[in-house]
Design a protein around this ligand. Structure first.
Ligand code: BMA
Length: 336
């Protein structure tokens, strides 16, 4: 860690970005992006969202010894939308992977004909996947599990969407005794309002990462502009034993689209990570993200830097939802 943390970027892009594109996969695909990431059998394993030319997505495995180069793609290691499934009717997207014992729990978005749902599949080898079905009904997405229970209960971070967009889409945390029945839900990270970079819509990025200060959370915030949305990333820290308590939330975004491969593509101005890996030095975080809904990229950061940044730039805005009604009544009327 160096002194000038406030005057330099926290994340450093890999110079070989993008590390994977649709053309790296055997079948004709439109795009490869938004990968989950985990260490598996000593290698970096990405579960990549592959969007077919039909527009529907599936998930495919890519592995690499150094997490940067020499990706191996085995065409048999895929999770494809279940035939006849209502929940996966229009494909499956954006997996987040949590290792629990010998099992890898994959939460992904099912694009159902009734809206987006959160689905769970369990694997030990990333060859066969045991589908456990829908765990959150529409509209919900951007979900991950913690790798441990808290007082005998599992915790889930997710992002339901309200019927009225004006109310904002916030990150929630729900509890379950058995990973099937979820409740006791509470807003964890509300979207801010007004001119904030994370106004109106936020969602979890990779699964929470345990640090000596608590659970580090990376989330995306969406800024809506006259020329489209900008997806950027921010940080929060949750209490180690009570993950429904937010210890810190950053004020500023820490990573946003700036390179040509992030600023142009199928959906311009999007960085969207679903996985990160803490390397063996205990400090280097490799974050794998989708760039512009088109390719898979890598950016790395120092864990100590991220935690220090959070301490130095805590949230200054009241995100107490009880203030939202007044805040929203202050929103000027839309003008065409
Ligand atoms: C979100 C998700 C992501 C996507 C992003 C930008 O709502 O659907 O899969 O990368 O929008 O298009």
């Amino acid at each position: 860690m160096t002194e000038d943390i406030d005057t330099r970027e926290l994340f450093h892009r890999y110079e070989g970005n993008p590390i994977l594109a649709a053309s790296d996969f055997p079948e004709m695909m439109n795009a490869a992006f938004n990968p989950g990431a985990v260490m598996f059998e000593g290698e970096t394993l990405l579960l990549v969202r592959l969007e077919q030319r039909s527009g529907l997505s599936q998930l495919a495995v890519a592995t690499s010894a150094d997490g940067r180069t020499g990706w191996t793609i085995d065409p048999d290691r895929v999770l494809i939308p279940e035939t006849g499934s209502f929940a996966e009717y229009w494909g499956i997207e954006d997996p987040r992977i949590t290792k629990v014992g010998d099992e890898y729990l994959i939460l992904y978005t099912g694009y159902s004909a009734g809206g987006t749902v959160i689905c769970l599949a369990v694997t030990r080898d990333f060859r066969t996947f045991d589908r456990r079905g829908v765990i959150m009904s529409p509209e919900d997405k951007d979900a991950a599990l913690f790798p441990t229970t808290f007082g005998g209960r599992w915790a889930l971070i997710h992002r339901p969407a309200p019927a009225t967009a004006e109310l904002g889409s916030h990150i929630w945390l729900s509890w379950s005794p058995d990973m099937k029945h979820w409740g006791d839900a509470k807003v964890l990270v509300p979207a801010r309002r007004g001119g904030w970079w994370d106004a109106n819509r936020v969602g979890l990025g990779p699964p929470p990462m345990l640090t000596d200060q608590g659970w580090l959370v990376c989330y995306h915030g969406v800024r809506t502009t006259v020329s489209g949305s900008i997806y950027r990333l921010g940080l929060a820290l949750l209490d180690r034993d009570h993950p429904d308590q937010v210890l810190l939330r950053g004020n500023e975004w820490v990573f946003g689209p700036s390179t040509p491969y992030e600023r142009s593509g199928d959906v311009p101005d999007v960085v969207f990570p679903c996985g990160w890996i803490l390397r063996e030095d205990g400090d280097t975080i490799d974050m794998y993200y989708g760039a512009a809904d088109s390719t898979v990229c890598l950016a790395s950061a120092s864990l100590a830097d991220l935690l220090e940044h959070l301490q130095r730039h805590p949230c200054t805005e009241s995100t107490d939802l009880r203030h939202r009604r007044r805040a929203s009544s202050m929103v000027p009327p839309q003008v065409d």
